[in-house]
Design a protein around this ligand. Structure first.
Ligand code: MG
Ligand code: MG
Ligand code: MG
Length: 306
């Protein structure tokens, strides 16, 4: 039985591509593995897969009794069903260490960089394995996506170095142009159900005993979202009520203006002012310079919830 390589819930491009990239590397090293994902690719990921001739990983939602390699997370809240009854063989990630535990030693690569694909680029180097051309293109896009074309405060020199290396292998001359093309695809919201938009890049967190959901939509121009904003607000209210959550926040990030409007559904909206020092206008607040959920939003809320 093959071990499964899979990323987090509501898979983003990094989760999808890094599962494929890790799987290829593990195979070269002699492991019997299969790339999986906890859901279908988003329009952005589909664009990347098609552009570089890669196949979408098989969707798997229960890993009971399986051997698994995790990419792009180590939190139980983002894991598939049955992880407690699975054997975690390895983790490749770039987030804070989560609450996944193991009963035997595992191979763990967790680095404070902007993208899992950056860690994987170094792993290929470490094991002396060449990255195939199409895969390099995919990994390049994963890094551009996670670092918002180098603009996110999560971006490091290691990410830029990895991009330069991957661009050479993939034959991509204009990395920025590729990034903008990808974010334009990501920005399209027409005809997409509100719940899909909220879930597109959504994560639940446990903040001092409170269930808090934070989603993010990244667009090249915030005005694209004008006509769906009311619908999104209504939807996060629903998500909050359904899951017994304390709060659900949705970041509408303008990657050109480099800031986010945050929509708020909360039992106690004062946590927003506590976290960011900015007073919400009705159900939303503009957060200048805020682009990263991981680095600029989650830590602030964690403090505010203490
Ligand atoms: Mg991710
Ligand atoms: Mg990532
Ligand atoms: Mg992201």
């Amino acid at each position: 039985m093959s071990a499964l390589v899979l990323g987090h819930m509501n898979p983003d491009t990094d989760s999808i591509i890094s599962a494929i990239a890790a799987c290829e590397l593990y195979k070269k090293r002699g492991f019997d593995v299969k790339a999986c994902a906890q859901g279908d690719p988003t329009p952005e990921s589909k664009f990347v897969l098609e552009k570089f001739g890669l196949t979408a990983p098989e969707v798997v939602k229960d890993v009971t009794g399986k051997e698994v390699f995790l990419v792009d997370y180590s939190d139980l809240a983002q894991a598939p069903a049955g992880l407690a009854d699975a054997t975690v063989k390895g983790i490749v990630d770039h987030h804070k260490l989560g609450d996944v535990t193991t009963s035997s030693p595992l191979e763990c690569w967790i680095w404070p960089v902007g993208c899992t694909a950056t860690v994987l680029t170094s792993m290929y180097e470490f094991y002396g394995v060449e990255i195939p051309r199409g895969l390099a293109g995919g990994m390049l896009c994963a890094i551009l996506s996670d670092t918002v074309i180098f603009k996110s405060p999560t971006c490091t020199e290691a990410d830029k170095k990895a991009v330069a290396k991957l661009a050479k292998i993939a034959g991509v001359n204009d990395v920025e142009a590729l990034g903008i093309e990808m974010f334009k695809v990501k920005s399209a919201v027409d005809g997409t159900p509100m719940r899909d938009l909220v879930n597109r890049d959504y994560k639940d967190f446990n903040m001092n005993g409170n269930k808090v959901g934070i989603g993010q939509l990244e667009v090249v121009d915030l005005s694209i979202l004008d006509k769906v904003k009311a619908g999104l607000q209504a939807e996060i209210e629903k998500v909050k009520a359904e899951g017994g959550r304390h709060s659900v926040f949705l970041l509408l990030t303008d990657i050109m203006k480099e800031g986010s409007e945050m929509l708020i559904a909360s039992d106690d909206p004062s946590v927003v002012e506590k976290a960011f020092g900015a007073k919400p206008q009705g159900n939303s607040v503009w957060l200048n310079g805020v682009m990263s959920r991981k680095k600029q939003v989650v830590p602030n809320f964690e403090k505010a919830f203490k």
